[in-house]
Design a protein around this ligand. Structure first.
Ligand SMILES: [Zn+2]
Length: 244
């Protein structure tokens, strides 16, 4: 038996009372495990097998298959289940993790950032669409997919103050003469560059910044271009999203 921190990314019901879980561990990456009898009325594993459950999971490996034995739940992000916008944001985060998680691939910073983002989605503290943008930019950086924002990704000329273009295909900012892209303001470029280099909590300084909705649109298009499959629902990205 071994124990690991993990987050429940998804579950599939099978037989009458069992579930197959996909967990994300900071040290072990993706783990697929059976939770036997977890849907029986008095099962101690019932709450531990819900999506968004984070805790310390004890697992047993036998004949190449993992079985969940026990879980000490640390956080269930319950308010996500009470609001459709929060739930959409949370489900989107789990989808992004399912897209990148590989067995045996440790990524503690991504795990911790994901829990922080889920806490903002569930409990507020930031406009929801801004918290989602923050997560998207951290996710791209922590999975080695960040857009290049400090210099033109065609000619390499550094960007200082000038506006430019943004290309999801070429992977970042461009000079106006170097290719085709969406217009990119200096302010939005600074946000796209700075957010992944600062702690998630630093986002609390952003509300009121005039350029963050533009940055959020670019971040979304950059993520969308890189996903193998889209989420069932995309969270809203406009500034109309209400305060958390
Ligand atoms: Zn250039």
């Amino acid at each position: 038996m071994f124990t690991t921190d993990a987050l429940v990314l998804s579950h599939t019901n099978y037989r009458d009372y069992d579930r197959m879980l996909t967990l994300y561990s900071p040290t072990l990456g993706r783990l697929d495990a059976v939770a036997q009898g977890c849907q029986r009325p008095k099962s101690p594993l019932m709450n531990a097998t819900e999506r968004f459950c984070a805790g310390e999971f004890s697992l047993v490996e036998a004949r190449g298959r993992l079985t969940l034995r026990d879980c000490r739940i640390k956080e269930s992000f319950y308010p996500l289940r009470q609001d459709v916008d929060r739930l959409t944001a949370g489900a989107y985060l789990l989808h992004l993790l399912l897209q990148c998680a590989q067995p045996e691939e440790a990524n503690r910073p991504l795990f911790l950032t994901s829990l922080k983002a889920l806490a903002y989605f569930a409990y507020g503290g930031l406009p929801l669409s801004m918290a989602v943008m923050g997560y998207e930019l951290h996710y791209l950086a922590l999975t080695g997919q960040a857009p290049r924002m400090d210099a033109c990704c065609v000619c390499g000329r550094p960007f200082v103050q000038q506006p430019g273009l943004f290309s999801v295909h070429l992977g970042g900012v461009l000079c106006p003469g170097c290719g085709v892209g969406e217009p990119l303001s200096h302010g939005a470029r600074r946000i796209l560059m700075r957010v992944p280099m600062t702690p998630f909590t630093a986002l609390e300084k952003l509300p009121g910044h005039p350029d963050w909705p533009e940055a959020a649109r670019h971040a979304r298009s950059f993520v969308a271009y890189r996903l193998d499959s889209p989420p069932r629902l995309w969270p809203g990205i406009e500034e109309g999203s209400r305060l958390g």
